[in-house]
Design a protein around this ligand. Structure first.
Ligand SMILES: Cc1cc2nc3c(=O)[nH]c(=O)nc-3n(C[C@H](O)[C@H](O)[C@H](O)COP(=O)(O)OP(=O)(O)OC[C@H]3O[C@@H](n4cnc5c(N)ncnc54)[C@H](O)[C@@H]3O)c2cc1C
Length: 381
């Protein structure tokens, strides 16, 4: 067992950390305030190869292993939780669907443009009545000539209002339950009947637009289907398994940001003629925050390492995401506590970390659903 990062992993961490400290951290409060998609930062990240980290260079990806990608995503999220979601939805979800289940033409045409950052990607699975219960979806794709007519709607789609390529799940056989779900590539600019209904006003995760989408008699050609009809549900689960590792990474990044900020504040803030870091109560909080962040990081590293080695990682990815998201919220909460009243104001980023951390407990499998997954895996072992 080797706990040391490889040379490549250290390099990606340091490169991304430098970019984040110089370009993202100074902008994070403004992104949070305006809730605007930071298109210029995406362009800069694309130039650094950060919009297609885990994909091969033949598709203009950075050719990194999945583990290095997770490390990079943790750094991005340390700067901005919203930016972390933008990159995770674009890469782990949309990009991975195309890489794993697209044919050669689909990869060349759609994945390459995602990797260069020319296009932004999204993953449209959830619906108003089908969140955890994916097979309850009602969006349909009915065969029509050499294509399909799509009708229905999707909710909560990260990057949904700005995406150029959306991997969409719809029922091609509404009576077949989970076996009746298929996946498709949607191109909002080309597909008549694609409608953005609006975006959510959220607690946190600002800068990443979360869109409601509608498809009104939207015709798409058959060659936009990913894989065979009926494979969509399994494709979605496989993609989300990998995605959970990066949501663990996002959580670790936010926890680290909350800890760093709380530590600096505790060393500067004086009460009773002492820096508050001199008080054992504060020291113990910092100790717990660091211990939890390190434990989450190790779970994230293990799950990423298993995926990189092509070994089973469903349970480990669920555990990494479950634990990292819960401790990220706890660490951010203690960060506010260490800041006292100031932590409850927008003058310090402590409250933003808390709002951003909370989301990781909800998307890509809620904590409750992940506990179900972990228990099932455990009982099947
Ligand atoms: C900001 C944001 C971004 C998102 N981005 C995307 C995206 O890009 N693409 C996408 O497709 N979706 C996205 N989602 C949707 C997200 O994945 C769902 O919100 C999530 O899966 C939960 O579904 P739900 O909101 O319908 O809650 P529900 O499924 O209604 O759950 C409500 C509560 O019931 C619990 N529950 C449900 N079923 C069970 C069960 N079997 N056992 C125990 N407890 C259960 C849940 O854990 C939760 O506590 C996003 C959501 C948010 C908030």
């Amino acid at each position: 067992m080797d706990f040391a990062l490889s040379e490549e992993q250290r390099q990606i961490r340091d490169t991304v950390a430098e970019f984040v400290d110089e370009e993202v951290v100074p902008r994070a409060a403004e992104i949070d305030e305006s809730d605007e998609f930071p298109a210029d930062l995406i362009d800069e990240m694309a130039e650094l190869g950060l919009m297609g980290m885990p994909f091969p260079v033949e598709y203009e990806g950075a050719g990194l292993d999945y583990h290095s990608y997770a490390i990079g995503l943790a750094e991005i999220s340390r700067g901005s939780g919203g930016l972390g979601t933008v990159v995770a939805a674009h890469t782990s979800l949309a990009g991975n669907m195309l890489y794993e289940f697209g044919d050669e033409r689909q990869r060349e045409e759609y994945l390459t443009a995602l990797n260069t950052g020319e296009d932004v990607g999204a993953f449209a699975l959830s619906e108003a009545e089908a969140g955890s219960d994916v097979p309850a979806m009602t969006t349909t794709a009915e065969p029509d000539g050499d294509g399909y007519v799509v009708d229905g709607g999707k909710l909560w789609i990260s990057n949904g209002s700005v995406a150029d390529t959306i991997t969409l799940f719809a029922k091609t056989d509404p009576d077949a339950g989970r076996k009746g779900i298929s996946s498709f590539v949607v191109r909002p600019e080309e597909d008549d009947g694609f409608i953005v209904e609006g975006t959510e006003d959220k607690l946190g995760d600002k800068g990443c637009p979360t869109a409601e989408l509608r498809f009104d008699d939207m015709w798409i050609p058959e060659d936009r289907r990913l894989g065979e009809e009926g494979e969509g549900f399994v494709q979605a689960l496989k993609t989300l398994n990998g995605g959970r590792i990066t949501i663990a990474a996002r959580s670790v990044g936010i926890a680290r940001a909350a800890l760093n900020e709380a530590k600096s504040y505790a060393q500067e803030r004086e009460q009773f003629d002492h820096a508050i870091a001199d008080f054992q109560a504060i020291q113990h909080k910092l100790a717990d925050m660091d211990t939890k962040a390190r434990a989450a990081e190790l779970l994230m590293h293990e799950a990423a390492d298993l995926k990189m080695r092509d070994e089973d990682y469903i349970k480990e990815a669920a555990q990494a995401k479950l634990y990292a998201s819960e401790i990220s919220r706890e660490v951010a909460n203690e960060g506010i506590q260490i800041h006292g009243g100031y932590g409850y104001t927008k003058d310090f980023p402590a409250e933003r970390f808390y709002r951003d951390a909370k989301l990781s407990e909800i998307y890509e499998g809620t904590s409750e659903v992940l506990r179900n997954t972990i228990a099932q895996q455990l009982l099947d072992e």
